[in-house]
Design a protein. Sequence first.
Length: 129
Amino acid sequence: MDGDLGDPRAGGGPRDGAVREVQEETALTACPVRVAGVFAHGPVVYGNGDRCRYLDTVFEMEALGGEPRVNDDESVDVGWFPVTALPESLAEDQRMVIGWALDAGAPAQFTEPGTSRTEAAGQPAAQHD
């Protein structure tokens, strides 16, 4: 179980990538409401020995239309779940970012690689004057 993941295409930015990925993977039309957070993860080591780290931008999205369904070959199931009954297979980082998105109106959250969800939840958002 994972959320919609994708990358910006040439000429596009994170917002465009998020809108496109939601549509491609779920058949839903959605609009970003705000950046809920940013986190880095990795390193990922590929079969050819290449190593990389990823920087993910998490958006709170508003569904505008469509019926959720598997819409590509990357997903096996798509559906709505009550927050209190998320699938057990949902990864820890996905639970973390769902929490960020549900904290409507909160400042964006940031975590560093190796920071656990529990540690990240205990960190106050940065305050700016």
